[in-house]
Design a protein around this ligand. Structure first.
Ligand code: P6P
Length: 363
């Protein structure tokens, strides 16, 4: 008799892994389950988003379906934010939320939530401008223990913690299939939603990212706005050099979770460097860079702001931005080497006002 191998659901996996934490009393397990539930609700709406009955939008049935545009896409951001916040508030394991969609933190003021020990930072629907062109989008989340006393309302400092203090982090990618990928600091595991049973099922156990990939991901359109070291590094990426397996392919879809997920699985470097218009880059430290950095490091990769680990940056503002270079370790290190070399040169030029010398970065 052929026995179908037992599929491990997210709930089963969370309970099994709770044993990894001898003092765990289940709060984190419940919190992860609450996030998984909200992700299923958002999955349902995102998958409908592409097709909306014309009658709903125009009042007149002009065609069987039409596609969401502009403002209606924006509503999905709000929908996702509201549902994640509602699920976290109802779950009673979360004391408050910092969200890309809200200027200030949201302190849950009911008695149960005030006694919860965790706070969540999230980008509820990152890359949502891609919905109406049917490109994958995602939710990114980061979980910390609160610093303030249980029973009090959470405060800003509960959220302004270094990435090294994260208890868990993950993302949901709403793509050809919906996946939830997360870490609690003991490796990275991926779960694919089986809509027929409404369960996330373990599909990618113990994800490890290759030390060297064949891909680099950056918005090349900003080439002229990047620091010289990054421009020279991009030139290095596209050089024809069989010995070092170059040129690398440029893959960039403009939706962070989609770019990250591809590179995490196959290897590669994702970077959003500073530009002359955005000296701190575009991506947010607390709910984009930190959670993804935690996952990438747990999968064996590296994540820096070009000078130091993303996870060691001390946040000062809820929505602050950071340059980010993350993914396969050898590629991150090469980007850092180019940055360091050109910053050294710039310093020497500033010191003696001369034109820069030859590049010293080894191929
Ligand atoms: P750009 C989406 O708006 C987002 O926040 C990330 O998902 C994505 O990686 C980045 O911005 C794309 O930014 O400037 O290349 O369009």
């Amino acid at each position: 008799m052929h026995w179908k191998q037992h599929v491990v659901t997210l709930e089963e996996f969370i309970i099994q892994r709770q044993l990894d934490f001898p003092f765990a009393s289940g709060e984190l397990s419940n919190l992860l389950r609450d996030i998984g539930y909200a992700a299923k609700v958002v999955h349902r709406e995102v998958n409908k988003a592409g097709l909306v009955d014309a009658f709903m939008l125009t009042g007149v049935r002009t065609a069987p379906v039409m596609f969401l545009q502009g403002e209606d896409v924006k509503k999905l951001d709000v929908y996702a934010n509201e549902h994640f916040i509602a699920s976290l508030r109802a779950g009673r394991e979360c004391a408050g939320v910092g969200s890309e969609e809200n200027d200030d933190i949201i302190a849950f003021d009911d008695a149960n939530s005030r006694n919860a020990q965790y706070v969540v930072l999230m980008d509820p629907l990152d890359g949502s401008s891609n919905i109406d062109v049917n490109v994958s989008i995602g939710t990114i989340f980061s979980i910390y223990r609160r610093q303030s006393n249980k029973g009090d309302l959470v405060r800003q400092e509960d959220f302004l913690q270094k990435g090294t203090e994260q208890v868990a982090a993950g993302y949901v990618i709403y793509g050809s299939s919906t996946m939830l990928v997360y870490t609690t600091g003991k490796g990275v595991n991926g779960f694919t939603l089986d809509p027929s049973i409404g369960e996330f099922c373990l599909s990618n156990p113990n994800i490890k990212t290759p030390d060297l990939g064949k891909v680099y991901s950056v918005n090349q359109g900003y080439y002229s706005k990047f620091p010289e070291g990054i421009r020279r590094f991009i030139d290095y990426c596209v050089e024809d050099d069989k010995d070092t397996k170059r040129p690398w392919s440029m893959r960039y879809i403009g939706s962070m979770v989609a770019d990250i997920h591809r590179n995490l699985i196959k290897g590669g470097l994702f970077m959003y460097p500073p530009t002359t218009d955005a000296p701190s880059g575009k991506l947010r430290l607390l709910y984009e860079c930190n959670p993804i950095a935690f996952i990438v490091e747990q999968a064996g990769g590296k994540a820096t702001d070009g000078h130091q680990r993303i996870l060691e940056l001390q946040p000062t503002e809820l929505h602050q931005r950071s340059p980010v270079y993350l993914g396969s370790s050898q590629q991150v290190e090469k980007a850092e080497a180019f940055l360091a070399d050109f910053e050294t040169r710039a310093a020497k030029e500033a010191a003696n006002g001369k034109a820069g010398g030859p590049v010293s970065v080894k191929a």
